[in-house]
Design a protein around this ligand. Structure first.
Ligand SMILES: Cc1cc2nc3c(=O)[nH]c(=O)nc-3n(C[C@H](O)[C@H](O)[C@H](O)COP(=O)(O)O)c2cc1C
Length: 389
């Protein structure tokens, strides 16, 4: 962004220069925590030391990336009602903070599908990390590996399945995301490659039912909705049958109703992933908080029979706590790692540290030293229930 500085004398303008300093960045209504961008230069990477929370990384990405690439990450469907709801829902939930507890040692370690990780949040699948950084998904894989965190690369990544697997540390556990392509050969081939490359589970995205959402913010740059090649005839039998194509556990991603959660349980899936795809598919779809409440009310047995993961709008440690208290076992971060990746691995590592620090701090303030013990006693959801149920 350019602005003009003018030198005047006795009311006459002597000289005007156009400066490339970016004093004003539209913050899109993100919480104001005092980020000062007045020294930043438009299209230059701001100092990493200026980053104090996950929202800062979004503003830094907006400052740094070409508008079309920022839009490709930030975009959401139609009027972005669900995108915004994902960010707003947290203010309608209350946490019950208990005193008189020993919180001197906080534990964030947990397991996801039986594999051990250092924290109950993970890097969710997001396409084309290469628009933010040349290292693309490789820096996400290695930052996650060094932190002991789960990373689940997208099948629409910049780097190949094998390149991402190679970027992992020895013994690092990664899962891989897959779409239900209408091209069966492609689907079978990719599942085989994921298995061979050492990925331990598949997050199978079931919410792009043949199409992507209409994402106006990015359409302005791309011109048209791409032909995505997702199957539009995919039903429950097809879902069950897919399990014959791989020995890896399959986790349906994009569950938005208690009814679908129950169906997945009845089919014997080991886990489900509650998500509205960051507001990028069905606009008007509920947030993860609402979907988890729906499952608690209408299919509570799901939580006893399978693991439940969730995402959408998670930017703070207390957001992770809210979803875990509602029954999620682990929580995904979609846009934040992509934005942090403008700094490459160093940025992603800093983002992970921030989230872990926030989570540890909030747990202490909540009076619960073990992240695995969070339950409904820590949360008040009456306002959300009154609004939507
Ligand atoms: C740029 C971008 C690309 C995405 N690509 C995929 C994808 O390829 N497959 C998928 O299942 N979900 C994809 N998602 C959805 C994320 O996995 C996740 O559900 C969502 O981003 C979480 O919301 P958040 O961005 O508010 O954290 C993408 C999201 C973004 C922002």
């Amino acid at each position: 962004m350019f602005f003009q500085r003018c030198l005047s004398f006795l009311g006459f303008t002597l000289l005007c220069v156009k400066s490339a300093y970016s004093v004003e960045i539209d913050r899109e209504g993100l919480p104001d925590t005092g980020l000062d961008t007045s020294d930043w230069t438009s299209r230059d990477l701001p100092p990493l030391d200026d980053m104090w929370d996950l929202n800062d990384f979004q503003i830094a990405a907006k400052n740094t990336l070409a508008p079309r690439w920022y839009a490709s990450y930030r975009t959401a469907a139609l009027n972005e009602v669900t995108y915004q709801a994902n960010l707003d829902i947290w203010s309608k939930v209350r946490l019950n903070g208990f005193s008189f507890r020993d919180v001197s040692n906080v534990n964030l370690n947990t397991s996801i599908l039986g594999f051990n990780f250092s924290a109950p949040f993970f890097i969710a699948p997001a396409a084309k990390a290469g628009h933010a950084n040349k290292s693309a998904e490789l820096s996400l894989a290695s930052a996650a590996g060094k932190a002991g965190l789960l990373y689940v690369p997208s099948i629409s990544s910049t780097k190949s399945i094998e390149e991402i697997a190679d970027a992992g540390l020895d013994g690092q556990v990664m899962f891989h995301q897959e779409y239900i392509w209408s091209n069966r050969t492609q689907l079978v081939d990719e599942l085989k490659r994921m298995e061979k490359a050492g990925f331990k589970a598949i997050f199978l995205t079931v919410d792009n039912t043949g199409v992507n959402g209409i994402r106006t913010r990015s359409l302005r740059f791309t011109g048209s909705t791409d032909e995505v090649g997702h199957s539009a005839t995919f039903d429950l039998e097809a879902l069950a049958e897919l399990r014959n194509l791989t020995t890896l556990p399959i986790v349906p991603k994009g569950i938005k109703t208690a009814a679908d959660a129950r169906k997945c349980m009845e089919l014997g899936f080991p886990a489900i992933y509650v998500s509205n795809h960051g507001g990028r598919v069905l606009d008007g779809a509920p947030t993860a908080v609402e979907i988890l409440i729906d499952i608690r009310r209408n299919a509570p047995e799901v939580f006893d029979n399978m693991e439940v993961y969730a995402d959408g709008g998670v930017r703070r440690g207390n957001h992770v706590i809210m979803l875990l208290a509602l029954g999620a076992r682990a929580v995904g971060l979609g846009r934040s790692p992509m934005f942090a990746n403008i700094y490459g691995e160093e940025g992603v590592s800093k983002m992970i540290d921030m989230m872990a620090t926030e989570l540890t701090t909030e747990l202490k303030l909540l009076g619960e030293p073990d992240v695995n013990n969070l339950d409904a006693s820590y949360i008040n959801i009456k306002l959300v229930e009154a609004m939507y149920f």
